[in-house]
Ligand binder design. Structure first.
Ligand SMILES: [Zn+2]
Length: 296
């Protein structure tokens, strides 16, 4: 009886999930852990922390360093972007959305911390990451490159997008002031390699065509950008996590990407989502033209 009830509950949840927005999301697995949208442009967006499906049989994650807070409305924001691109341009980004609550699994961590040792959560972790891998490989095969965005939400006081390129606030400051290029790997390394010296990291972070600069011009303040190059002393800032590092790293040489930590007011809230989706779509299509213009 209990099993029937859970199955019915899950079926209802899945229907509700599919009913969010017009995007033709499908569930990757029968359990409803991950939703997927098939794309037709070289843009893959993952939303790892917006899920609300709480599995009662899975204990809340409590291992050392575990963060369990939900990035509310990031799932809805990803779907809003897909809907906008579809309606206005007939284009579909790839979406990979985690439906499970972060108390059960963290889809922006390597396996041990993601599951806190709960073996039943290994399959959802694999399902999510295999789907990102598949989307990226398909996009790269068809277009020769791919932009990867890991979409999150922050609760910091500064109402701005925090763009994580795997560069710390100190590294951004130094780069801006000294125009020093850090020798380390960051999430735009593949873009620089693709440009064969014609682009500088400084320009990709602070220049007129940097993603942050373009978003700020559309009314969405961003750090880093020409307008707000680096976080000031004492300001909180997320600079990218496991997914950004993994999917823009050496195993994905055609992928250019970054983490977006979005603020709530005017971005993730109900009034903000359609406005943000329109601005993001305009800017990311412009950005894709920049990448495509560089002939391999
Ligand atoms: Zn997050």
């Amino acid at each position: 009886m209990k099993r029937v009830f859970i199955t019915l509950l899950l079926a209802n949840y899945c229907l509700w999930s599919l009913g969010q927005g017009a995007a033709a999301l499908k569930l990757v697995d029968k359990d409803g852990w991950t939703s997927y949208l098939q794309g037709n442009i070289p843009l893959v967006i993952s939303a790892p922390h917006g899920g609300t499906l709480n599995l009662s049989e899975v204990p809340d994650r409590s291992c050392e360093g575990a963060v369990t807070v939900t990035d509310s409305y990031t799932k809805e924001l990803a779907i809003e972007i897909a809907d906008y691109l579809q309606k206005s341009n007939g284009k579909n980004p790839y979406l990979v959305i985690c439906n499970l609550i972060r108390k059960d699994i963290d889809q922006n961590r390597d396996l041990p911390e993601a599951t806190c040792g709960e073996s039943s959560m290994e399959a959802p972790w694999l399902a999510f990451h295999e789907q990102i891998d598949e989307a990226i490989k398909e996009a790269v095969a068809q277009h020769g490159y791919c932009i990867y965005i890991d979409l999150h939400g922050h609760g910091h006081p500064e109402q701005r997008l925090e763009l994580g390129y795997m560069l710390s606030d100190k590294e951004l400051t130094e780069l801006y002031e000294k125009k020093n290029v850090p020798a380390k790997q960051h999430s735009l390394s593949n873009f620089l390699a693709r440009s064969k010296g014609s682009l500088q990291l400084y320009d990709l972070l602070f220049g007129p065509n940097a993603f942050g600069t373009l978003m700020a011009k559309e009314g969405f303040p961003s750090v880093p950008s020409a307008q707000d190059p680096y976080p000031q002393e004492g300001q909180k800032y997320f600079n990218g996590g496991y997914n950004t590092r993994r999917y823009t790293g050496v195993n994905y040489p055609q992928v250019i990407g970054w983490q977006i930590e979005s603020n709530m007011r005017g971005v993730r809230d109900k009034a903000g989502r359609p406005v943000f989706a329109a601005a993001f779509s305009k800017v990311i299509l412009q950005y894709m033209e920049q990448v495509a213009a560089i002939k391999k």
